[in-house]
Design a protein around this ligand. Structure first.
Ligand code: TXA
Ligand code: MG
Length: 346
């Protein structure tokens, strides 16, 4: 594994069918040439991800005013809602599910006929995509089910020599994954809350987003828990934080993760079984930026349990609450997926 900021080297690795971890504004991606079945197969092998679980395909910024045409090859059809959302939020933390175009290897889409497309806003990601000239398929650059990486150090710690080149762009600005909107059904549906707030999407659409339904494209074979650190996570309402801390500290060493106001209200301080307390900013976007690094740091303290308070689900608070709930999900009992499941995080 090599690490640096050399775009030419990263492009050479991609052209050779290798894997490049690269920064986006959300989290680091583990990238491969989206047109190459062999390169894409390496992504699945390194992630330990089921091969029917589709990857997000990243594109360079489109020419202004040319959304539909510029997507030719990558998307087989771009419905009006997808076009409107792309115009409003690309480049940015929004993934649109559309019909898959012929230039994307079927394997990158988990063998399905839809694909998640996204134009990232991170300058290094854009330089990489422009120099490469093609599309880059990339899941988050962590092993399947683990917490997503928001720094190059996280990627190196997780993947080591399984990745050929790590493009180092420092810490990610958004800190949680992109929002995913399915544009293949009768009305756009929110599949995963993320870096673009639902409120902002609905403002552009002029209508509420539909919820995931049985007809929504989804990946099979998913596990109920993702984004999970080693420690058990107890996700609780902020109002219940004091009581949860009181009960969990009797059973083992605990860490507490909550927004500053919730910690103050609950009167939580270190000591007496509470090994560490991390106060996230009260402003949701600032809290999202720090979320995954905080989970990793708390996990590294070796505590048995991380007690995490759920934020108000406005703006990026919805994405934070979603990730905390999934980190708290049951760990080792795979079961058949149901249409009511939250979108699996990977
Ligand atoms: O912010 C992000 O989205 C990051 C950065 C690297 O772009 N990527 C990311 O990828 O989070 P990943 O693979 O960790 O999560 C992608 C999610 C998965 O849950 C997958 O099932 C869903 O997107 N997905 C991808 N393509 C899909 C499709 N065609 N239909 C339904 N879901 C899809
Ligand atoms: Mg992921």
């Amino acid at each position: 594994m090599r690490r640096g900021t050399d775009i030419d080297e990263a492009v050479a690795v991609l052209r050779g069918g290798g894997l490049v971890a690269f920064p986006t504004e959300t989290v680091y991606g583990l990238g491969a040439d989206a047109s190459s079945p062999a390169a894409v197969a390496r992504v699945y092998a390194v992630k330990g991800r089921p091969d029917d679980h589709p990857l997000i395909v990243h594109l360079a910024p489109l020419a202004p005013g040319a959304t539909g045409a510029a997507l030719a090859g990558w998307a087989a059809a771009v419905p009006p809602a997808a076009e409107a959302l792309a115009r409003a939020f690309w480049p940015g933390p929004l993934t649109l599910i559309v019909a898959r175009g012929p230039r994307i290897a079927a394997a990158a889409a988990g063998g399905g006929d839809t694909v998640g497309l996204r134009v990232p806003s991170h300058p290094l990601a854009q330089r990489l995509l422009a120099a490469f000239g093609g599309a880059i398929a990339a899941p988050s650059a962590n092993r399947f089910g683990a917490v997503s990486p928001t720094t190059a150090d996280h990627v190196v710690a997780d993947l080591g020599d399984d990745v050929d080149y790590v493009l180092d762009g420092g810490a990610c600005d958004v800190g949680v994954e992109s929002t995913i909107v399915d544009c293949t059904g009768p009305a756009p549906a929110l599949l995963r809350p993320g870096g673009v707030a639902r409120e902002d999407l609905e403002r552009v659409l002029g209508a509420p987003l539909a919820e995931r339904s049985a007809a929504s494209p989804r990946s099979s074979g998913s596990l109920p828990s993702h984004y999970a650190p080693r420690a058990r996570v107890a996700a609780v309402d902020a109002d219940a934080l004091a009581a949860a801390v009181a009960s969990e500290r009797r059973r083992g060493a605990i860490a507490v993760l909550a927004q500053a106001a919730a910690i103050a209200r609950a009167g939580v301080t270190p000591g007496d079984g509470v090994v560490a307390v991390v106060a996230l900013p009260d402003e949701p976007a600032a809290a999202a930026r720090q979320l995954y690094a905080a989970l990793r740091d708390l996990d590294a303290t070796g505590v048995d349990v991380i007690v995490a308070a759920l934020p108000a689900e406005v703006g990026l608070g919805a994405a934070i609450a979603d990730r905390l709930r999934r980190a708290a999900g049951p760990r080792d009992r795979p079961r058949a997926p149901s249409p009511d499941d939250p979108e699996p995080g990977t």
